[in-house]
Design a protein around this ligand. Structure first.
Ligand SMILES: Cc1cc2nc3c(=O)[nH]c(=O)nc-3n(C[C@H](O)[C@H](O)[C@H](O)COP(=O)(O)OP(=O)(O)OC[C@H]3O[C@@H](n4cnc5c(N)ncnc54)[C@H](O)[C@@H]3O)c2cc1C
Ligand SMILES: NC(=O)c1ccc[n+]([C@@H]2O[C@H](COP(=O)([O-])OP(=O)(O)OC[C@H]3O[C@@H](n4cnc5c(N)ncnc54)[C@H](O)[C@@H]3O)[C@@H](O)[C@H]2O)c1
Length: 479
């Protein structure tokens, strides 16, 4: 091991090169600071290679076909199966076949230094790196160390599961063929999106959901509409079931799942879409008084309490497990690091200030690329009520909007605004329907901007777009 006296010094050292880590590098370099990035696998992280990008590349053809099948005059031409090989090749293109040359070129172009290898905190302001070749480096940070090590899939402690080669999100996004029968355990976002993709790509999907419905963090109608569409597409969606054991003999044979009550189901692959745990077991948290394996709690500037040099951004701080929020946190924390390095006397930490990630808690958007798409920002009705707001939910059938009817024959969807009755602003909005993801940003602007309902009345949606849902919702609210 090299000694600390041989440490290479930078202004900022970033541990983990996913979207959040990359954005810290970008912001701190833009501020003229010297920055090193430590990455154990591929620069770009989970999102680029085994999550957002490949999953959306698999889903886009499925959703485009579903939309086209609802357009008179076109529907007849798109009744056949997807070209699975072409879809997988398209996915491979979007992951650059799991190579990160493009991202590395970008790091070079902005003058950041990449250290490939496993990084660990090594006491105050230091990171030790072990390269794949076994070389050791110690990096020392003048201003900040930023942990952005992300998450991995949780494999629950179910008898027989660990030895049954279950798929996680990694295999579900990188598989090179469609399994004949795919069992999916879980009912949240990864489960719903991957069930949608693989059912469309030719697998017979069976979803085994522990709860009473899909997409449990959204308004209940989101999960209901997505489950209905999955069933119509031929998938089996079973709710209120619990997996008690898994059996798989040999390495390539079918896998059996034993449900509570004894029923046995068989599949060719088993996807466990049962949540995430932080990549913090072996990153030296103990050397700075934190607990290995835990999420890293931070304040609203993404700084770790009690350590004025240590920050955590992205999934690892557990504020919002979404790429765009991790990137947002990185922009905020990058700005904080740059301001403090420049000796700015006072940070802008008021609500919605430049140095606090207010949107994580007050206006977080999410788009789920199922058929129909489900998109939401801010609070659901139940969350707003739990938080003690005096609210009213305003609902409207998206299919009744002319733009939606023209978009697709028999358009099925629903929208909800959650209105704060005391301030007459939106606390949340949800849209479920084909193409609904693109309705989301208008709602995000309204929620983050706390735009008064009276002013939204003057934001006129173009006719005949699906966005006319805004007019219908406001009319419904005003009675
Ligand atoms: C199937 C799936 C689909 C998703 N789709 C979406 C989507 O459509 N939209 C969306 O917003 N979010 C989506 N997400 C969530 C999104 O992937 C994460 O929120 C995002 O990747 C988090 O970014 P991050 O930078 O915090 O961490 P990651 O992307 O996990 O990157 C962390 C990086 O740190 C590296 N690392 C870890 N430990 C070390 C170490 N000790 N030393 C060096 N390097 C280390 C890892 O190798 C990795 O490259 C999806 C997730 C899944 C699983
Ligand atoms: N389009 C997007 O924005 C997108 C897509 C995919 C994932 N993501 C994000 O990635 C993160 C991970 O998603 P996820 O769906 O893996 O996790 P999740 O935490 O959202 O859901 C995990 C689900 O698994 C269930 N579960 C846990 N243990 C179980 C068990 N033993 N048996 C049966 N069910 C069990 C839970 O009840 C929960 O509903 C989420 O935060 C999600 O927002 C986002």
């Amino acid at each position: 091991m090299v000694t600390v006296s041989e440490a290479v010094e930078y202004d900022v050292v970033v541990l983990g090169g996913g979207p959040a880590g990359e954005n810290i590098v970008d912001r701190t370099r833009a501020a003229g600071l010297t920055t090193a990035l430590v990455e154990a696998e591929l620069v770009g992280g989970e999102c680029s290679y085994w999550a957002c990008i490949p999953s959306k590349a698999l889903l886009r053809p499925a959703l485009a076909r579903a939309d086209a099948r609802r357009v008179p005059g076109l529907a007849g031409s798109v009744q056949g199966p997807l070209d699975t090989a072409a879809v997988l090749a398209h996915r491979d293109y979007w992951t650059s076949s799991w190579k990160d040359d493009g991202q590395v070129d970008w790091l070079d172009s902005i003058g950041a230094h990449l250290y490939r290898g496993h990084g660990r905190l090594y006491g105050v302001r230091k990171v030790a790196v072990t390269s794949p070749e076994g070389e050791h480096h110690v990096l020392s940070a003048r201003h900040a160390v930023v942990v952005a090590t992300g998450t991995r899939a949780v494999i629950p402690d179910v008898p027989g599961l660990a030895g049954a080669r279950p798929w996680t999100s990694r295999e579900a996004t990188s598989a090179q063929h469609a399994p004949g029968r795919l069992l999916v355990v879980g009912g949240s976002v990864v489960a719903a999106e991957m069930a949608t993709a693989w059912q469309a790509l030719g697998s017979q999907v069976t979803m085994l959901v522990r709860g009473s419905g899909l997409l449990p963090r959204m308004e209940p109608f989101a999960g209901e509409l997505v489950a209905e569409a999955l069933r119509e597409a031929g998938a089996v969606v079973r709710t209120d079931v619990s997996v008690e054991a898994v059996v798989r003999d040999g390495s390539t044979g079918p896998v059996q799942v034993v449900l509570e009550g004894g029923e046995i189901l068989e599949g060719d692959e088993l996807l466990m879409a049962t949540g995430r745990s932080p990549h913090t077991e072996d990153i030296g948290l103990e050397t700075v008084g934190l607990t290995p394996g835990d999420w890293i709690p931070v304040d609203d500037s993404c700084r770790v309490e009690g350590h004025d040099w240590l920050y955590a951004v992205g999934d690892v701080n557990h504020r919002a497990l979404l790429t765009h929020q991790g990137k947002y946190q990185a922009r905020i924390a990058g700005g904080v690091i740059a301001a403090r390095a420049a000796g700015v006397p006072e940070l802008d930490t008021g609500r919605w200030g430049a140095h606090v990630a207010s949107a994580d808690t007050q206006a977080m958007p999410q788009a789920v690329f199922t058929d129909p798409e489900a998109a939401a920002v801010g609070l659901t009705l139940a969350e707003a009520e739990r938080a003690g707001h005096r609210v009213r939910a305003v609902d409207y059938d998206l299919g009744k909007v002319s733009g939606a009817g023209l978009y697709a024959d028999g358009y099925r969807g629903r929208a909800r605004l959650v209105v704060d009755l005391d301030r007459e602003v939106l606390l949340g909005a949800t849209f479920v329907g084909p193409g609904a993801a693109e309705l989301l940003h208008a709602a995000t602007v309204a929620v983050a901007g706390e735009v008064p309902i009276a002013r939204l009345w003057h934001a006129v949606p173009a006719f005949p777009t699906v966005s006319e849902i805004w007019l219908r919702l406001l009319e419904t609210y005003r009675g």
